[in-house]
Ligand binder design. Structure first.
Ligand code: DSN
Length: 416
């Protein structure tokens, strides 16, 4: 039988428009990246057609002989990459991965320590509007008033006071290295389990830039589409003794059928991340973030914690312009072809919807081949856009400069 629609021109038009946007504008959202053609081919493969509830060798439906091999390949590759005992590659997202870990390790009402969302944590680290915060008794730790870094002494004091069953390390808007060893020590002192949420920095760990939390953690979760540069999705690594509980919590606990096309693409990404080229890439991500930080500081912006050790910067806009909110900055920068997100800074006087900060990341621009000279240029373009934010002609001019900067390094020139 012929397919019912041979050519969906509306979706095709939108896809082309999105290719054009990605090819000609600066993608500076810290949690985004450009997946390789091999990752995208696997994501668009026939594995999308298959139902495979269960795990390799233990499926509820037939026809999973090949799917079992692809899921095993992904599991083996990610275990080798991080030195983990066991992997579950089925979580559809980082949020699903974290909720599955909580279901595996906790009972409703149990106490957990996690970084507060307004100090750089994630929704699933106990935000009251998220199921994590509704189901479990999360106690938030915060960064220090003066240095805006994790205060391990304060986290130890909170742990001693609240005796959590689980401690969550990890962040979505924290520009410094998170050392896993001190978290392990605190967890051991109070008999807690340790979950390290490495969603943002998994690629930096795989690339050897940040300490590997696997030897120190009971469970590590991460997303595969950020610095890992794979397909959208999540992954859980854990010790052998937690493997059965984690697997049961993902399926049937949180999810039904796994997305085997995404799992095939995760297998590709894990192989890519084990290469020397990926290590070079990860190192350049960090160098680029440092170069961009320097450029923005010279333009009069304040960097939360004074700088960065990873792929992102958290920028306090107030010293640059007291009246400029993160929301306004995000909107006008988008018009200039500079895409990033507003973000609360620690103890932000503005609401989380408005904010006094922006978050900027270098994973995507580094993938397309930008280096330190382009970072200096990006810092200049950001400052020029925000200084001229009420001048439509100036913003149009900057949009053209951004296009000229991006076009020779377009990530997907063949998709146009
Ligand atoms: N949305 C992700 C981020 O931008 O950090 C976290 O889930």
């Amino acid at each position: 039988m012929p397919w019912p629609i041979l050519n969906d021109s509306e979706t095709e038009r939108l896809t082309r428009a999105e290719v054009e946007r990605q090819n000609t504008a600066l993608q500076l959202i810290a949690s985004e990246n450009f997946a390789s053609p091999a990752v995208m081919a696997a994501t668009g493969s026939v594995f999308t057609n298959k139902y495979s509830e269960g795990y390799p060798g233990r499926r509820y439906y037939g026809g999973n002989q090949i799917v079992d091999q692809v899921e095993d390949l992904a599991r083996q590759r990610v275990c080798a990459l991080f030195g983990a005992d066991h992997a579950n590659v089925q979580p559809h997202s980082g949020a699903n991965a974290n909720m599955a870990v909580y279901q595996a390790l906790l009972d409703p009402g149990d106490t957990v320590l996690g970084l507060s969302l307004d100090h750089g944590g994630h929704l699933t680290h106990g935000s009251p509007v998220n199921a994590s915060g509704m189901m479990y008794n999360f106690i938030g730790y915060r960064v220090g008033d003066s240095d805006e870094r994790l205060q391990m002494d304060e986290i130890a004091d909170l742990a001693a006071e609240h005796r959590p069953k689980l401690i969550v390390a990890g962040a979505t808007a924290y520009p410094r290295i998170i050392e896993p060893e001190p978290f392990r020590k605190i967890a051991d002192e109070v008999g807690a389990l340790l979950l390290f949420d490495a969603a943002h920095i998994a690629g930096l760990i795989a690339g050897g830039l940040h300490p590997n939390p696997v030897p120190y953690s009971d469970v590590v979760t991460f997303t595969t589409h950020k610095t890992m540069r794979g397909p959208r999705g999540g992954c859980i690594l854990c010790t052998d003794d937690l493997a059965a509980a984690i697997d049961k919590a993902v399926f049937p606990g949180q999810q039904g059928g796994p997305q085997e096309h995404a799992i095939a693409a995760k297998a590709v990404a894990f192989a890519e991340a084990a290469t020397d080229e990926f290590r070079t890439y990860a190192a350049q991500v960090v160098s680029n973030a440092a170069a961009l930080a320097e450029s923005l500081a010279a333009e009069g912006f304040r960097l939360v914690s004074g700088g960065t050790d990873n792929h992102l910067l958290l920028v306090d806009l107030r010293p640059f312009d007291e009246d400029l909110s993160g929301k306004e900055a995000q909107t006008v920068l988008d018009e200039a072809g500079i895409t990033l997100n507003r973000n609360s800074i620690p103890d932000d006087p503005r609401s989380p919807f408005v904010t006094s900060g922006i978050r900027i990341g270098t994973p995507a621009v580094t993938t397309q081949g930008m280096k330190e000279p382009e970072m200096a240029e990006i810092g200049r373009l950001i400052a020029a856009t925000l200084r001229n934010r009420t001048d439509e002609a100036a913003i149009k001019g900057i949009r053209n400069e951004v296009r000229q900067l991006c076009t020779p390094l377009a990530p997907y020139p063949d998709l146009v």
